[in-house]
Design a protein around this ligand. Structure first.
Ligand code: NAD
Length: 425
């Protein structure tokens, strides 16, 4: 049996790509990955930077920088969301693309990994500006995207509306309706039932599976959820439905706490009527957002952005279980301390893989020209999440490593094996 080794320190500044690579390196070593395969898997297959001119509402043309990184197509067409954010940067998109490769491998679906991003602030743009930006970005990447090549999806700052514009723009350039070029579409446009809540549902399913392993009773447990967008709000709602008391939630406007448990349905309703933000929510008292992560709860669900659990706050974390709804919320350096503290982490590439799983179902339905019922979607997604959890848990026992490294081991092993069968390039 190979024992988990303490990761070697990396340089002070942590960036998501380095964080990803550090875990990849540990898993590759445990697996004894050969050098050729290591080199293939560590490098993104393709990185595209586009600069797209968009006419703004005031009549002026502004140029936006966008990215699409295809990390791997070894398992199949690449898959991954598009992020609209003012601070999105290439190394972040590279890390997110690689995580998509590992995520698809962990849940055993036939996709490679990709990710896109545009430097913009969607909250300060009009719908018309966002539509023109989305169409311009799509048309500049029309040779990358494709139902059999690279299939985008929503991520932070994007949703069904943007996916509809992307699908329409792509279809126009191809001269045919191409539902399968993108997932996370509105239902009327070939979207799948259950896709909107799929990531949050998967977070809940993995939280329940982990709580069972730890002997925790959901009905006697408390949680805090950082991020109250698609993933965070659904995860909070579905965990609350399983009896978990959600004491704290937060979004970009602040953090909110209620010792008696927050009424999640009410908070969602408030947010929906308040431009997507919790600002001014009266069902809880406002607390320092930094305190949310270190508050006294049993389960912590980071579901917002990267690098929020770091060496600066990890010492103070009190939760027994961290379920990573967001991609890359824990910095690499914090891993050691989390492991020393005996906290179980359901890592991002497992915990939030419910989204890509139902995206895959959406793509399958588009290609069949058929619609599944919500029950069928949820039942199949839940089965995949539970099987994947067990696969990763078994690897963590077998190699005596934390769940995060185990998930990378499962993923890298699958992609490496497929690469060998395909005979390299
Ligand atoms: P979203 O845009 O719907 O919501 C993001 C939420 O995070 C918002 O409530 C926002 O206010 C909040 N937020 C932003 N910065 C914050 C900060 N510094 N502190 C606290 N809250 C902050 O995005 P989403 O789709 O829910 O994605 C959240 C995370 O989950 C991202 O890391 C994303 O990559 C990951 N993810 C999303 C999906 C999906 O299907 N949407 C799938 C897998 C992973």
């Amino acid at each position: 049996m190979m024992l988990y080794k303490e990761p070697a320190p990396i340089k002070d500044r942590e960036n998501p790509f380095e964080s990803m690579m550090s875990r990849f390196n540990i898993a590759a070593e445990v697996l004894g990955l050969d050098e050729e395969t290591y080199n293939v898997l560590k490098s993104p297959a393709r990185q595209v930077i586009v600069n797209v001119p968009v006419t703004m509402d005031d009549g002026k043309v502004r140029v936006f920088e966008g990215y699409r990184v295809v990390h791997s197509t070894i398992l199949g067409p690449s898959k991954g969301g598009i992020r609209y954010a003012p601070d999105v940067f290439l190394d972040e998109v590279k890390a997110l693309a690689a995580w998509m490769t590992w995520k698809c491998a962990v849940v055993d679906i036939p996709y490679g990994g990709a990710k896109g991003g545009i430097i913009c602030d969607p909250y300060s743009m009009s719908a018309g500006e966002i539509e023109r930006l989305t169409r311009a970005y799509t048309s500049s990447l029309v040779d990358i995207f494709g139902p059999d090549r690279d299939i985008p999806a929503p991520d932070m700052g994007t949703g069904p509306r943007e996916m509809a514009w992307l699908m329409d723009e792509y279809s126009k350039t191809k001269g045919s309706t191409e539902h399968g070029v993108v997932t996370g579409k509105p239902l009327v446009l070939g979207g799948s039932l259950g896709r909107v809540e799929a990531t949050g549902r998967g977070v809940m399913v993995s939280a329940m599976a982990a709580m069972e392993k730890l002997g925790m009773d959901p009905a006697k447990s408390t949680a805090a959820v950082q991020g109250f967008g698609n993933v965070g709000s659904w995860a909070a709602k579905l965990m609350a439905e399983r009896g978990v008391k959600i004491l704290g939630v937060s979004d970009v406007s602040g953090a909110y706490w209620n010792d008696n448990g927050i009424d999640i349905e009410e908070a969602i309703e408030y947010k929906n009527g308040n431009n997507g933000r919790l600002e001014g929510y009266k069902g809880a008292e406002q607390i320092d957002p930094a305190e949310l992560l270190t508050s006294k709860v049993d389960v912590l669900v980071p579901a917002a952005v990267e690098d929020v659990i770091t060496i600066h706050n990890v010492d103070k974390i009190q939760a027994r279980l961290i379920v990573e709804g967001a991609n890359g919320p824990t910095s690499y350096k914090a891993d050691n301390i989390i492991n020393e503290k005996g906290i179980m982490v359901v890592p991002d590439i497992l915990a939030n893989s419910g989204g890509v799983t139902v995206s895959y179902f959406e793509w399958v339905q588009n290609r069949m020209g058929f619609k599944w019922t919500l029950d069928r979607v949820n039942e199949r997604a839940e089965r995949i999440m539970n099987e994947s959890f067990e696969r990763v848990y078994a690897a963590s026992q077998k190699y005596n490593v934390p769940m995060r490294i185990a998930a990378y081991i499962v993923a890298i092993d699958k992609v490496a094996m497929t690469y060998k069968y395909r005979g390299g390039f």
